[in-house]
Design a protein around this ligand. Structure first.
Ligand code: NDP
Length: 328
């Protein structure tokens, strides 16, 4: 079976040379263990940070070890009474087609009404990230204006739909006309600003006639800076990500004075530090995906060997919706 390890640490943009694909023999399982055949690998922006050897909220990914990553798959051999062959499970197996587990960090999945891949997206870590930032930090009220960046992505798409359900005016920000059309026409946002268009600043002002009460920030950089100048007094900002800076580009904030003049609150958060709230959030998200109320979109790369290119693309906005790698 195939796995991909981190071969070297990137300077600036990542390149395929930072990864190495290895072929390994299928392992024998011991008493208490299971063998998992992964169907999908999730690619996520945090992986860029782990490739780096610098101070952050988590330890760096070790060199020559399987790249970190969330996966969904099925049990194909078991010596653990809690699991049967055919059980579908989510785990942090990493960039690998197969994995051995003692079962302690596996969660069984029910795919009767929810597709397996959705557990890596809207009903998984990204969905929960959206739910946490919106319900715990932004806490928008009906009638308020909410802005969401990277609006067509795994996290942003969920933020906007949940805010819309709460009666907010929701304005997305996304790269390109196609993504913006999807955000408005399919996801039901009130407006979406294409930050790659020349007149994006005027469009942002026009789309937020009553200012902005709550901002869900995924990107950082010039658009974030411009959005700050639209904030209303006592506005709330959930600082979820700054993807514009993950390859090392500076993401300065020029308009920091508005934090004072508008008495703003901004809070960063790491979703994996709030496991106590996951069951509550996942229940809401799962019910909505099962009923079709919560919509999502996926970009699926075929085969583990495509994972490096797909991660490079994710950090340049080439994905359209949740980025996955199909492993079967
Ligand atoms: P997405 O599915 O949104 O994909 C990333 C998107 O970011 C791209 O599609 C692109 O959208 C945009 N983007 C990529 N590169 C750049 C760039 N250089 N400049 C501007 N925009 C860029 O990913 P996720 O939904 O998984 O993640 C969204 C954000 O949430 C990330 O910042 C991530 O780090 C953060 N996050 C934080 C968590 C936490 O616990 N705090 C947990 C999970 C995610 P477009 O083409 O529209 O620009």
């Amino acid at each position: 079976y195939q796995r991909i390890v981190l071969a070297s640490r990137p300077q600036g943009e990542i390149s395929p040379d930072n990864f190495r694909l290895e072929i390994l023999a299928v392992p024998e399982i011991q008493d208490g263990e299971v063998l998992i055949r992964n169907h999908y690998l999730s690619l996520d922006p945090y992986m860029r940070g782990r490739m780096q050897d610098s101070k952050s909220y988590a330890e760096p990914q070790p060199l020559n070890a399987t790249m970190i990553g969330g996966t969904v798959g099925e049990i194909i051999a078991t010596k653990n009474p809690r699991f049967a062959v055919g059980d579908q499970v989510i785990s942090m197996s990493g960039w690998t087609e197969m994995a051995v587990s003692d079962g302690s960090l596996l969660r069984k999945l029910d795919t009767t009404h929810i597709p397996l891949s959705a557990y890596l997206g809207a009903v998984g870590m990204p969905g929960l990230t959206a739910w946490y930032g919106l319900t715990q930090i932004m806490q928008p009220k009906a009638g308020e204006t909410v802005v969401v960046s990277a609006a067509s992505g795994a996290v942003g798409s969920v933020v906007g739909q949940l805010a819309r359900q709460r009666g907010c005016r929701v304005v997305g920000i996304a790269g390109g006309q196609e993504k913006c059309a999807y955000v408005v026409d399919e996801l039901g946002f009130d407006a979406c600003i294409d930050y790659k268009a020349d007149d994006w600043q005027a469009a942002l002002t026009a789309a937020t006639p009553d200012g902005v009460d709550a901002l869900y920030e995924n990107v950082g950089g010039a658009v974030f800076d411009a959005t700050l100048t639209r904030m209303n007094p006592f506005g709330r900002i959930a600082l979820c990500g700054m993807i514009a800076g993950y390859n090392g580009e500076p993401v300065p904030i020029q308009n920091s004075r508005v934090f004072l003049t508008m008495r703003l609150t901004m809070r960063g958060f790491i979703v994996s530090e709030h496991m106590d709230l996951w069951p509550q959030g996942l229940q809401e998200l799962g019910a909505q995906v099962a009923s079709g109320q919560l919509k999502f979109r996926e970009s699926v790369a075929q085969g583990l060997a495509q994972a490096p290119e797909a991660l490079i693309g994710l950090l340049k906005g080439r994905n359209f919706g949740k980025q996955l790698v199909r492993l079967i």
